[in-house]
Structures are given as structure tokens and as C-alpha cells.
Design a protein around this ligand. Structure first.
Ligand SMILES: Cc1cc2nc3c(=O)[nH]c(=O)nc-3n(C[C@H](O)[C@H](O)[C@H](O)COP(=O)(O)O)c2cc1C
Length: 328
């Protein structure tokens, strides 16, 4: 039987399939289901920077007013029986660590490096095996320089790495003017993983009611080609592990991502549609493909089709449609 276990950010995972940060990882019961289905790890639903700051301010003023100021956030977790968002999140990590064996990656949705990184230590203290930062900086102010947007990423990483010893991953979108260069530079900051790519909210227009409406909460299968291409181009040039997300809806696409050089994949939409139990089938299908191809371990084929391993590496760089397609 081939071995589908893998290493991601220094963590040993039984399977390369991670349940992506979403409503599927928001409760102990759901995380137990993911573990039973054979997921390699879970990324918890993100805490939002705004939630952390608001809640910390509220708690601090409460402690001040009671002359009971503890410097460490964990202390108020232990001393206050308040079921707010933050304590609930820390409790979830704690419970999952006590009741399951699945590696737990805490997640923070952040936009600045101000004030909140101090809280990252609490996630580590609660038992999180790693931290994923979903950096939601959307470059939609057209008067802003791309270098200013990029600087935010490096500031956040620097501040968080000061606080924690657990491995840190950054989840990014593809909205960069020099995407490959940015992926490489981010990988050299001391982070352990890069998650490519997050999907941002995509607005649409309702022509009947003449209004802007949200749409496409779930990805479509064809969307996997964007992360596949950039993982293939960058996987053997980066200094951290890569995890693929967006548009991964079957075991074949999981295998493609690993062939391109991903260590793991993060799934949400296909699990919402088909149930978390589907992970079990995906794992068996990866095993039977490995048996057919005579691979004993994930490492034997990871990155086998990355851009630099190809005899004709132009395949991943081609941007224009070739003549035979443009006539259609
Ligand atoms: C309902 C829903 C909630 C999500 N919530 C989060 C979140 O809190 N934090 C985050 O980093 N990503 C979140 N995501 C993004 C997923 O983690 C994932 O990266 C993205 O959906 C692409 O994977 P997919 O194509 O398998 O859906 C969410 C996705 C969905 C569908």
C-alpha cells in the first residue's frame, strides 16, 4: 500500500488533503468528522483582525476597571469565563488538541501589522500546531503604489514571527504586479508555508434590480489552473512549502498539484458540495493512482512536473493561445 503521508511546515500529515479555513472547521464535531474521513490537517475558520482588536480593547478596559491587568492574553482566557469570540476560538483549539490527533492550523484574517500580532502567541499557547495568516490586502486603491501594498505583507510577517515559535503560513491572492517575484520574496522571510491562492469576494451585477450582488462563494473546477501554474513555476525556487487552494474538486487535481510541487492541498468548495467524507475516497484514489504508477511515497512524485523539471519548460510560461486554438 503506498504511503500518502506528507510533511507540511514541519508537521507530519497522514494525507496531503487539508480542510481549508471555512465553516467546515468551525466546531469540534466538524473537525472530528474531518479527522475520521482521513484529512491530513484542518485550518480553522479565520478570526478577523478587527474582532481581535475590538475584543482585546474591551477586555483590557474591563481589566483596568477591576485593577486586574494581566499582560498575557492567555491569562484572561484562564481567569475570565467569558464566552466571546476570542476565548471561544482558544477553547476550540484546546478542545481539538485534547479530543483529536489531527494537526490544527489556526487562522487569522489580517490587513495590518498593528496591535493584533501580540494575540498570535495566545493561539500558540492554546495548542495550535501552526498559524495561517490570511492576508486580505486587496490592491483596489488605484492611487496607492504596489510597493506600499507589498510592504504590508512583510510588516505583518515580521511582527507575527517575533511573537510565535510555531510554523507560520501566509495565504495570498494572485493580485500582485510581480507575482512570481513576490512569492519568492515572501518565502525568504522565515515563514514555513505559502498558500496559493485565496479567492476574494467577487461582485456581480443584478440587471433586474440594478444592484451589485455577491456571487461565486464556491469555486468552479476550472479555477485550479491558476494555482497549478504558479506552483509549478515557483515550487523549486521558494524557501518554504507550498499549499494549493482554489478549484480542487477531485483526486486527479490533487495529484496534479503535487506533481507541480505542492506539499498539500486545501479544499473547501468540493467538501461543501460533496461532504467532508469525500476525503476518504480522494485518499483511496490517490493511493490507487500511486500503485498504478508504482510510487511508494508522495515525495517520489512531488514536483516531478514543476517548471524547471520539464524538458520544455515553456509550457507553463506560454500566455497566448496558439494558432490552432485561435482559429476556433
Ligand atoms: C464558505 C467559505 C468560507 C471561507 N472562509 C474562509 C476564512 O475564514 N478564512 C480563509 O482564509 N479562507 C476562507 N475561505 C476560503 C477557503 O479556505 C479556500 O481557500 C477557498 O474557498 C478556495 O478553495 P476551494 O476552491 O476548495 O473552495 C472560505 C471559503 C468558503 C467557501
Amino acid at each position: 500500500m503506498p504511503d500518502i503521508s506528507t510533511t507540511y511546515m514541519g508537521l507530519h500529515l497522514k494525507s496531503p488533503i487539508i480542510v481549508a479555513s471555512s465553516g467546515l472547521t468551525n466546531s469540534l464535531d466538524d473537525i472530528k468528522k474531518a479527522e475520521a474521513a482521513g484529512a491530513g490537517a484542518v485550518v480553522l475558520k479565520s478570526l478577523f483582525e478587527e474582532e481581535i482588536i475590538t475584543e482585546m480593547d474591551r477586555q483590557l478596559s474591563k481589566m483596568h476597571s477591576e485593577n486586574y491587568l494581566y499582560p498575557e492574553t492567555m491569562d484572561f482566557y484562564e481567569n475570565y469565563d467569558v464566552e466571546d469570540t476570542l476565548t471561544g476560538y482558544l477553547k476550540l483549539i484546546n478542545d481539538v488538541k485534547h479530543e483529536t490527533k489531527i494537526p490544527v492550523i489556526a487562522s487569522v484574517n489580517c490587513i495590518t501589522s498593528h496591535n493584533w500580532p501580540y494575540f498570535a502567541k495566545s493561539l500558540e499557547d492554546a495548542g495550535a500546531d501552526a498559524l495561517e495568516l490570511n492576508i486580505s490586502v486587496s490592491p483596489d486603491d488605484i492611487d496607492q503604489l504596489s510597493t506600499d501594498y507589498e510592504a504590508t505583507y512583510f510588516d505583518i510577517i515580521k511582527e507575527v514571527l517575533k511573537e510565535v515559535k510555531i510554523p507560520v503560513a501566509i495565504k495570498i491572492s494572485h493580485y500582485f504586479s510581480n507575482l512570481g517575484g513576490m512569492i519568492k520574496k515572501l518565502s525568504e522571510t522565515g515563514i514555513s508555508g505559502l498558500v496559493l491562492f485565496n479567492r476574494f469576494y467577487s461582485p456581480d451585477i443584478d440587471t433586474d434590480n440594478l444592484e451589485v450582488v455577491p456571487t461565486h462563494i464556491f469555486s468552479e473546477e476550472k479555477e485550479y489552473v491558476m494555482p497549478l501554474r504558479w506552483i509549478a513555476i515557483t515550487s523549486d525556487k521558494v524557501k518554504c512549502d507550498l499549499s494549493a487552494t482554489t478549484g480542487i474538486h477531485d483526486s486527479k487535481t490533487i495529484i496534479k498539484m503535487i506533481l507541480a510541487g505542492a506539499s498539500t492541498v486545501q479544499l473547501a468548495s468540493s467538501l461543501y458540495k460533496n461532504g467532508v467524507e469525500t476525503i476518504e475516497r480522494y485518499n483511496r484514489e490517490i493511493e490507487s493512482w500511486m500503485t498504478k504508477k508504482e510510487f511508494d511515497s508522495i515525495d517520489q512524485f512531488k514536483g516531478m512536473l514543476s517548471q524547471s523539471k520539464l524538458t520544455n519548460p515553456a509550457g507553463y510560461f506560454r500566455l497566448q493561445f496558439m494558432k490552432q486554438f485561435s482559429n476556433k
